[in-house]
Design a binder for this molecule. Structure first.
Ligand code: PHE
Length: 449
């Protein structure tokens, strides 16, 4: 019998959806620039370590809780609570997750809107609409507002269609295209003068950077954001996985795909920056650091594409298509968190819930657009640096200290009967109980020192 909640129809479908959630602006934009700023391959090394030692166990906690409870984040955490106090704690973590992910989506949609505008620009140029083309790539409240709304509409449309017909269908279409576009762009950029310089900046480690306390904070933040952790996204996707699936295996595949695409994106972005440098584009800011934030994607790279002549338009369209795909498969996973909650708790129909909640988030985005300088950075910091790692920590406490160990093992055994004696079960419970909470806390507190 088909589950009324919806379920991913295949392992591939789940993998594409979960990898789609994980792979986003965080991988293609955040990771390469973080690496460039923090000692190249030394950052890569710290990132790989943290991703597999801390983020993967936390990802597994969410997937296991989700599949066991087969419910939205709040209900799931309430269900595994063992008393009134842990139930209240569960409600708080679930609700904070919903609030955090909604605010993440509100700023994510703004940046994704820019990507959409930049994607349309080359087509406007080909059609001879020069004024329109210029408007698309010039910063302005009207442009930003318009494209936030368009991007949110796309997200709402996919989520309204449900797990199989919306999330899975689009993720399985979009993710393979993303990988293909990424590979083509890497090959092309590698042929250009300056690319090897960029490869060197990326791949030759500056191990002195490992000693910087900030490196670990950045690498952990990057790993948690990139794997979509702490806010219930992976929990909700986990709740749509079939009971016959081998959870430790598919969890590790998701982590591998996410890390793999981040590493690949580095092979594109850093060489592209040095190609830009070789063709006369400024890639260092006044302070002498590599331009990282918005400037990288919306000024350095477009300047590079402009300098390429006719082919530049094609490369720009491919690059921004990549960014839009990466954003959309992540934004749908964000909207699914509050939507699944409202659909299950309030018995509202999915399309109505998607339109209502998506609408509210779009309004928050518009408020940020109208007060960009005051609000944007604060919303990013509050959600991704303050709230998300702390919620990740709470999830570990739930899985390590509150939830009954034998129920967890039973859940994992459903798709892999031999799990009780496997490597995962020998390591994970200890990790999630002690190592993850302590390490997350230590790194978390470091940002306040
Ligand atoms: N993982 C996404 C990215 O790397 C962002 C994300 C965060 C998605 C939280 C869902 C939840 O861009």
């Amino acid at each position: 019998m088909a589950s009324p909640r919806g379920e991913f129809s295949s392992r591939f479908g789940f993998l594409m959806a979960a990898a789609g959630s994980a792979v986003g602006l965080g991988n293609i934009w955040g990771f390469p620039t973080n690496a460039a700023e923090n000692g190249g391959a030394a950052f890569l090394f710290a990132y790989l370590l943290l991703a597999f030692a801390l983020a993967y166990p936390a990802l597994m906690a969410e997937l296991i809780i989700g599949r066991h409870a087969r419910a939205n984040g709040v209900t799931a955490l309430q269900l595994i609570a063992t008393g009134a106090k842990s139930r209240a704690f569960g409600t708080m973590v679930g609700v904070l997750g919903i609030i955090t992910v909604s605010f993440i989506l509100s700023f994510y949609a703004i940046v994704s809107g820019w990507m959409l505008a930049f994607l349309i620009q080359p087509f406007a140029v080909w059609l001879g609409l020069d004024g329109f083309a210029n408007w698309l790539v010039s910063d302005g409240v009207t442009r930003n507002a318009l494209f936030v709304v368009v991007f949110m509409l796309l997200t709402i449309l996919i989520i309204s269609a449900g797990v199989k017909e919306g999330i899975e269908k689009w993720a399985t279409r979009l993710m393979p295209s993303l990988v293909l576009i990424l590979l083509c762009l890497i090959f092309y950029v590698m042929t250009l003068p300056g690319a090897t310089e960029g490869l060197r900046a990326y791949l030759v480690p500056n191990f002195a950077a490992l000693a910087q306390p900030n490196l670990l904070v950045s690498a952990m933040g990057q790993a948690f954001f990139s794997l979509s952790l702490g806010v219930g996204t992976m929990l909700v996707y986990g709740s749509y996985i079939s009971k016959s699936e081998n959870l430790p295996l598919i969890g590790s595949l998701v982590a591998l795909l996410d890390v793999g695409i981040a590493v690949l994106a580095g092979l594109l972005i850093l060489p592209a920056m040095y190609v830009a440098l070789a063709s006369g584009v400024e890639i260092y800011s006044d302070s002498g650091a590599l331009i990282a934030g918005p400037g990288l994607i919306i000024s350095v790279l477009p300047a590079l594409f402009d300098s390429m002549g006719i082919i530049g338009g094609v490369v720009a369209a491919a690059f921004f298509a990549l960014m839009v795909i990466a954003s959309l498969t992540s934004s749908i996973s964000m909207l699914e968190v509050p939507v699944s909650f409202v659909v299950e708790k309030k018995a509202v129909r999915r399309p109505a819930a998607a339109v209502f909640i998506g609408g509210v988030i779009a309004i928050i985005s518009l408020v940020i657009v109208a007060n960009f300088d005051v609000l944007f950075d604060s919303v990013v910091t509050l959600t991704t640096e303050m709230s998300q790692p702390l919620l990740g920590l709470f999830f570990c406490i739930f899985a390590g200290w509150i939830w009954n160990r034998s129920t967890i093992l039973d859940e994992i055994r459903q798709g892999s009967p031999e799990a009780g004696s496997g490597f995962f079960w020998r390591i994970w419970p200890f990790y999630i109980r002690f190592i993850c909470p302590i390490a997350i806390l230590l790194v978390y507190l470091q940002q306040f020192t």
